[in-house]
Design a protein around this ligand. Structure first.
Ligand SMILES: *Cc1c(COP(=O)(O)O)cnc(C)c1O
Length: 361
């Protein structure tokens, strides 16, 4: 059976070796006679998986001393609420940069918790570009500055990050975590749902500078308190065992490939080839995003009209390439080139695109 090339935005492609390993070990985990998903999360078998996964994240992201790595349920969506609940100082306000659909959701949830200042509003440019990072100055005394490192729906990605000075920089990296090297020491908090670049859905990784844990108030519900999770090494309650196991396998693969820098090189080559196909099509395909802000993770493009787009997506699917429909809120086409995508898979798409343009141009 040949598997389709999966360009879905999330849940998304997972390396087939990882899926095979999960399947092989599902009933009998490494000779223990039991599945990992039916043993105690406080026993030695799961404990090793838990610790190994944290160590791999620390190693591959180069996380310095003084940061905690937490596993929390509820997706990045819960972090939209949890972050302000824990970090917004009493009577204070937080700065948010509005770059598209996901930033807008984060802002909406933060406003339910406290005062929000929009430090930059990308709607002036229909979210097709990003501000110059050096032009971003957080408000003095702001609780934190929040950015979305990659807008999964709009297809824009920060290439360099703003310098927020003494104000902690917080990033939703759900759709580009571990796709490139990042200097974690520049951030107060990084959070990311698993199902784009890391593994199966169900767990969110939160990387937090330890001094910020002191902001979590005892009056918060325990599960909503970062400090509670940190003190318990993410074993305050039953963790999402299956996705954490999946992340470990995915990250072992990333390590074998040479880590974040090697993955970034492969990804850049794939994205460059796809943008070249779009830009070199004589206007048959058009990417609406300003060149400097184009995402290497989620490449978006339009065709002449919606009928032609629908036909493109249908014919691509018949040729074994799936997940190319743009998000329902924006339409068009989108190819997600997360860590599991290969140049071979990408070349299948660019060949198909060239052929489709020839036939229909
Ligand atoms: C997918 C996504 C989310 C939402 O993640 P859930 O796990 O579904 O809550 C948030 N932010 C970004 C940037 C995303 O790509």
């Amino acid at each position: 059976m040949s598997r389709p090339v999966n360009f879905s935005a999330g849940p998304s492609m997972i390396p087939v070796e990882v899926l095979e390993s999960l399947a092989n070990d599902m009933v009998d985990f490494q000779g223990t006679g039991l599945s990992l998903v039916e043993v105690s999360h406080r026993g030695p078998v799961y404990d090793k998986v838990h610790q190994d996964t944290i160590s791999l994240i620390r190693e591959l992201m180069g996380i310095p001393e003084g940061y905690s790595v937490l596993f929390i349920g509820g997706g990045a969506t819960l972090q939209f609420s949890m972050l302000p609940m824990n970090l917004l100082l009493p009577g204070g306000s937080a700065d948010y940069i509005s770059t598209g659909a996901w930033a807008i959701k984060a802002i909406g949830e933060a406003k339910k918790v406290g005062s929000v200042n929009i430090a930059y509003d990308g709607s002036i440019d229909k979210f097709m570009s990003l501000p110059d990072p050096s032009a971003i100055k957080p408000t003095a005394g702001s609780s934190y500055l929040h950015i979305t490192s990659n807008e999964t729906i709009g297809g824009i990605q920060w290439k360099t990050f703003p310098d927020s000075g003494d104000v902690p920089l917080v990033a939703d990296m759900s759709s580009d975590i571990l796709s490139r090297p990042v200097d974690v020491s520049k951030f107060g908090v990084i959070y990311a749902g698993a199902q784009k670049n890391l593994g199966p859905s169900g767990v969110t990784t939160v990387i937090i500078r330890d001094d910020l844990l002191e902001r979590s108030s005892d009056s918060l519900g325990s599960y909503l308190n970062y400090s509670v999770h940190a003190k318990a090494n993410s074993l305050y309650n039953t963790p999402p065992v299956f996705p954490i196991w999946g992340i470990r396998l995915v990250l072992e693969g990333v390590k074998t490939r040479g880590g974040a820098a090697a993955v970034a090189k492969e990804n850049e080559a794939q994205a460059a080839a796809l943008y070249q196909t779009i830009d070199g099509s004589g206007g048959f395909y058009r990417c609406p995003v300003e060149t400097s802000a184009r995402s290497d993770m989620n490449v978006v493009w339009r065709l002449a009209d919606e009928d032609l787009e629908a036909r493109f997506i249908k014919e691509a699917s018949a040729e074994g390439m799936i997940g190319l429909k743009g998000h329902r809120s924006v339409g068009g086409c989108r190819a997600s080139l997360y860590n599991a995508m290969t140049m071979k898979g990408l070349k299948r798409l660019t060949s198909f695109m060239a052929e489709f343009a020839r036939k229909n141009g």
